[in-house]
Design a protein around this ligand. Sequence first.
Ligand SMILES: NC(=O)c1ccc[n+]([C@@H]2O[C@H](COP(=O)([O-])OP(=O)(O)OC[C@H]3O[C@@H](n4cnc5c(N)ncnc54)[C@H](OP(=O)(O)O)[C@@H]3O)[C@@H](O)[C@H]2O)c1
Length: 325
Amino acid sequence: MSVPKYITLAGGDKMPRLGFGTWQASESEVEDAVTAALEAGYRHIDTAAAYENEKAIGRALNRWIGNDPDRRKELFVVTKLPPSGNSVKHVEEFFAASLANLGLEYLDLYLIHTPFGFEYVPGDLHPKNPDGSMKFDFTTDLMAVWKELIKIKESGRVRHIGVSNMNEEQINRFTKLYKPECLQIEINVTCQQTSLVAEAKRLGIPVVAYSPLGSRAMAQVLAAKTGREYPNLLELPEVKSIATAHSRSSAQILLRYLLQCGVAAIPKSTSPKRIKENISVWDLELSDSEMAALRALDRGDDGRICDFSFFPGVEKHPEFPFKRH
Ligand SMILES: NC(=O)c1ccc[n+]([C@@H]2O[C@H](COP(=O)([O-])OP(=O)(O)OC[C@H]3O[C@@H](n4cnc5c(N)ncnc54)[C@H](OP(=O)(O)O)[C@@H]3O)[C@@H](O)[C@H]2O)c1
């Protein structure tokens, strides 16, 4: 099965189907990682104001672009409005800061990062109460925030706008006003989100899979906090046996699976070797029976890793997108 290397977005722009993730890559390591990713052939780079690494990414991007406007056109740069910006008053400020941090004149895609909002506290993207819980803004008006993103798109400073971590009801609500041009959600073999992906497909919204490898570093942090067990997707016997059959790595099998499912994926790595490995999946093909074996690993809601439990109290927010346990 051949997989196109791009997904065509509204208006005809092409988003590279395999992108590069940068969450939990610190300022000091991400600059080299993005440079290695560009050298390896990635052109879709994903970041977020909340990752606090946009400036270093901007340095790597601008060094690579140099004075060549065609190089900028080849790139697909994505960043996100942080939860503290989920209010009409603050969208423009956060968007302008991201653009300045990245040192770009325009972005390719700007996403609302989460449906829930935090209180706006200058200089603090993760404001906490004295008891350690997050300072949520329980009055988040997502449609009002969406209208602000639409205005920014109309201003020409971003080519596409979209949403992340939204559920089916939320994407339908957005669509009534203006169809999101991309939906970025967790998708991997244990959290396949088939119903949400089918709904996005029905609505004609391209889907990007985050944490495609199972976000091992985050899973370990969450396991220590919650006592929950998170499977290591790279070590699942079904994944390993398919990897052995193709003389490939588990990561390559996990990524190729998602591409053959029709979504885009944005694996993160700061290791030059793994950065190259993760983009070397175009000459690999999984059979129907291998696809079926991987499809069977889905654990539905129980397979979700990024459930935002690292933000204590998040389930109480009226826009919390996942099933409440
Ligand atoms: N919208 C959202 O709310 C949201 C949430 C989560 C993630 N994201 C985006 O999606 C990106 C990817 O998700 P993620 O970072 O959560 O997790 P991920 O890409 O599933 O996994 C990253 C982890 O896998 C390791 N890794 C990478 N390639 C590997 C390979 N070939 N073999 C073995 N281990 C490998 C990385 O370690 P090394 O770095 O040491 O290689 C890192 O610990 C993020 O970076 C971010 O850009 C978005």
